[in-house]
Design a protein around this ligand. Sequence first.
Ligand SMILES: *Cc1c(COP(=O)(O)O)cnc(C)c1O
Length: 459
Amino acid sequence: MSVEKTIPYKIYLSEDEIPKQWYNVRADMKNKPAPLLNPETLKPMGFEDLRPVFCDELIKQELDDTTPYIDIPQEIQDFYKMYRPSPLVRAYCLEKALGTPAKIYYKFEGNNTSGSHKLNSAIVQAYYAKQQGLKGVTTETGAGQWGTALSMATAYLGIDCKVYMVKVSYEQKPFRREVMRTYGASVTPSPSMDTEIGKKINAEHPGTTGSLGCAISEAVEVATKTEGYRYVLGSVLNQVLLHQTVIGLEAKAALDKYGITPDIIIGCAGGGSNLGGLISPFMGEKLRGEKDYRIVAVEPASCPSFTRGKFAYDFCDTGMVCPLAKMYTLGSNFIPSANHAGGLRYHGMSPILSQLYHDGYMEAITAEQTAVFEAAQRFARVEGILPAPESSHAIKAAIDEALKCKETGEEKTILFGLTGTGYFDMVAYQKFNDGDMTDYIPTDAELEESFARLPKVND
Ligand SMILES: *Cc1c(COP(=O)(O)O)cnc(C)c1O
């Protein structure tokens, strides 16, 4: 007779159990993600082509489709110890409130000052920049989570950080801006008048409040024109997804301790890095034919890259200076409506996840903003954590799955990624509490207009 071990509220790993290697899911993919293309020649970009923009070691990781495990340098392991391992929580209180027989677990990445999983990759990118002897890094930030994480990492390592922050966020999110400046980063509202692309965008669209794609173009321009600087990015790229596999590796190690196998794994998807990181070790088993899992991406109905986008080569930025990536995209000209999950407002999706989705290894669904905040509120009231609006997309989907189990009586095990906290999103919560929140869903005509401007690439 087997005696089931009692599952604690929080399954912690010890410090020694923090992963010492990242897992590169591309090694187990039969169809590899398509290569990045040079926007002018449309030829695949190799190591040398990418060197003016990215740090050398990170380019190697970006291009590596074959090495399954990549060592985490000791200094990064030591940094991880300051806030990892992150807890895997059994949502007993939520289960009780829902009256579901389902077992719900979430991996909580909000336990650091930047408030999200983004620190897991920020420290790695800053580390390799320093190791290469660079003076600093440039980047963009939309809602501010990535800029905050990168400021913390660069402060720790003592290198410079220049952040181009989408103007509307710069003005509306002064607290995030000041956190970044406290950690020593310089923060410039984008589009600025410091760059050629910024001047051009300002001239063409006077009074524009900016976009993520535009801030990326500015940050890339500054990196390539300033001696001793490179550009770093907080999502979408293969290297970022690789770094985020610490989430999935820890989650799997914690579940394995108690012999738990999830039936469904859920994550929110903006550029795909947290979801990719959470699912990678599970996806590896699925790709190798060892196990099967249902894997679900949740995206905002206002920015539906997977569910309504095209799988095509597209620009990663508005200025069209970055490499072309083959991904599910709404078109680099698509500007999503101002929803409150800023971290999910990107037109494209990780090329790795795009390929896996295209090949049928995972599903994607959308959630509307008001329903997402209803789920966030429900979760906060019973589990105590105030979730980020981005993370709440995953909460919404997990609750829906648990309620289905209530109807059918199935005792499914659900794992979802709780990527961060929402303390800087109280304006959004206020809108929700006041009943002023609206749901905007783009029309087919709007999307077609954007698709018509996709670059013409034969692939
Ligand atoms: C940035 C962010 C996301 C979305 O980014 P991914 O690359 O899709 O993971 C999700 N949640 C939080 C809290 C974020 O800051």
